[in-house]
Ligand binder design. Structure first.
Ligand code: AP5
Ligand code: MG
Length: 209
């Protein structure tokens, strides 16, 4: 299956993708994770992306499109993929369309995880990630076990200020891709509020069980 997960920061894209890809046997492709890895490794791409990410701005399309299209061309993505955080602008959606058409393949679904803005800041500022397992936790909603608590890290863009900037970018630049996919008959809306298990069940149903 070729699936795109869309939703505001903190909607649960990363949390849900990690659960779903295991069952579907497809790679989880998160442009945010790829960019953070590039920043950490100090590559040219990472140096370009770092400032935008810290401020909660989008990394320019010219940087992200090449990186994402190259990734979906890799062997493990030929059987399908779950994209998380890409596309997130209209030009990115159009570039993905062109790349998939050129490869003679089609998307199966675009799933929008809906969470009201009022819940986002608390989700984002409470997030911690395990650098070893990449497991995402939340200090209140999904607390880590004591044995991993000491090694958890917080993302640089998980401050309240950067979170508000990211939400603004989401509504201004990413939300316009929703009608693009709705017109193609690919969009499925899923309520992202409730326990992570409840959201997984809704996503599974939206993807046809
Ligand atoms: P990216 O990494 O994609 O971040 P984002 O879209 O802002 O989304 P998040 O990762 O913050 O949230 P999520 O939906 O994955 O939520 P999670 O599951 O972690 O992008 C980061 C930056 O990279 C961008 O700002 C931009 O600069 C750049 N970038 C990336 N892609 C780009 C692109 N295509 N173009 C341009 N720039 C790009 O959950 C969040 C928290 O909530 C966790 O603590 C979790 O435990 C908790 N939680 C999850 N589910 C629930 C639930 N059901 N109830 C309660 N809490 C929950
Ligand atoms: Mg994420």
């Amino acid at each position: 299956m070729r699936i795109i997960l869309v939703g505001p920061p903190g909607a649960g894209k990363g949390t849900q993708a990690a659960r779903l890809v295991e069952r579907l046997g497809i790679p989880h492709i998160s442009t945010g994770d790829m960019l953070r890895a590039a920043v950490k490794a100090g590559t040219e791409l990472g140096k370009k992306a770092d400032g935008y990410m810290k401020a909660g701005d989008l990394v320019p399309d010219a940087v992200v499109i090449g990186m994402a299209v190259e990734r979906i061309g890799e062997p493990d993505a030929q059987k399908g993929f779950m994209l998380d955080g890409f596309p997130r602008t209209r030009p990115q959606a159009e570039a993905l369309d062109a790349a998939l058409s050129a490869a003679g393949v089609q998307l199966d679904a675009v799933v929008l995880i809906e969470v009201d803005d009022s819940l986002i800041v608390e989700r984002i500022t409470g997030r911690r990630t395990d650098p070893e397992t990449k497991r995402i936790y939340h200090m209140t909603f999904d607390p880590p076990p004591a044995e991993v608590a000491g090694r958890l890290v917080q993302r640089k863009d998980d401050t309240e200020e950067a979170c508000r900037a990211r939400l603004k970018k989401y509504h201004g630049e990413t939300a316009p891709i929703i009608p693009f996919y709705e017109d193609k008959g690919l969009l499925r809306r899923v309520d992202g509020v409730g326990s992570p298990d409840a959201v997984t069940a809704r996503l599974t149903a939206a993807l046809g069980g």
